[in-house]
Design a protein around this ligand. Structure first.
Ligand SMILES: C[S@@+](CC[C@H](N)C(=O)[O-])C[C@H]1O[C@@H](n2cnc3c(N)ncnc32)[C@H](O)[C@@H]1O
Length: 260
């Protein structure tokens, strides 16, 4: 019998993987078939990836906003947010930082950042109006109105409406795992302008050590060196965050900074 591949080498888009997965998880076949049908529908009706993913978020948020950002239960939603917050606090976040969260979702971690940061210092952006409305509900539930965070809908990641050299911390959790390379390229080409000198940008991604691939247009798997090379092309220094790997989270994390 052949050894099962480690998760980082599996190609989830391959037919062999899909057939094996279906055989091992027959209860998930219906869900996958529904996702496939939705993928076809949204691909036909959406122009470009942002429109496609916005439609995915609309459909998922209507069912359950916490599941739409990837948490199966409220307990997991709380844990995942806590994990992001604890890690960032342990890796340089201070109350007077000015933070930009790209793909803030319904503030799974965002509400903790808002609570911790000085008033007005949190800026969340997202492509999904539906999840931003859910983010407002999180703000009310956590009683954080007085912190006056910004929540803004975007169509792209050019960040043209934001001031130069403003944000000391930029964060994107589980966003590039849902993004084709041209979206990541656009982000890295523009985020440097809005970062304050000495600032950093942390992002997670779904890592593969095999061939890069995507499942439907929803989940994208990259090699570390693809993303570090892209960051370097845009003038950043990129560091793979080894200690993030120790946490119970399937994705990997890179921190980029501007040299000098
Ligand atoms: C899996 S959720 C994670 C949300 C949040 N970061 C968290 O950890 O809870 C991904 C979020 O990124 C947003 N998103 C996806 N692509 C984006 C893009 N190109 N620009 C901004 N937001 C994006 C989605 O709408 C969604 O809210």
């Amino acid at each position: 019998m052949t050894e099962p591949l480690p998760p980082t080498r599996r190609n989830r888009a391959s037919l062999a993987y899909k057939l094996r997965y279906a055989a091992q998880n027959p209860d998930k076949i219906r869900t996958y078939a529904a996702r496939l049908a939705r993928d076809l529908k949204f691909r036909v009706s959406s122009r470009g990836h942002v429109a496609y993913y916005r439609a995915v978020m609309k459909s998922d948020t209507a069912k359950n906003p916490e599941a739409a950002v990837g948490s199966r239960s409220h307990e997991r939603w709380l844990k995942l947010g806590q994990m992001q917050f604890d890690y960032l606090r342990g890796h340089g976040l201070k109350p007077d930082d000015r933070m930009l969260e790209i793909g803030c979702g319904n503030l799974r971690a965002g509400w903790r950042f808002i609570d911790y940061l000085d008033s007005g210092n949190y800026y969340g952006i997202d492509i999904s109006p539906d999840i931003l409305l859910a983010a407002q509900n999180t703000l009310v539930r956590q009683d954080l109105r007085d912190k006056l965070p910004h929540l803004t809908l975007v169509n792209d990641l050019k960040l043209q409406f934001l001031p130069s050299e403003h944000f000391s911390v930029v964060h994107a959790h589980s966003v590039f795992s849902h993004s084709p390379l041209d979206v990541i390229d656009e982000c890295l080409a523009n985020v440097g302008r809005v970062m304050a000198p000495g600032g950093f940008f942390d992002f997670t991604f779904d890592r593969t050590e095999g061939s890069e691939h995507h499942v439907l247009r929803e989940d994208f798997y990259y090699r570390t060196e693809t993303l570090t090379a892209l960051a370097e092309k845009h003038g950043f220094t990129a560091r793979f965050m080894d200690d993030w790997e120790e946490l119970p989270h399937g994705q990997s994390k890179i921190r980029v900074t501007r040299p000098g």
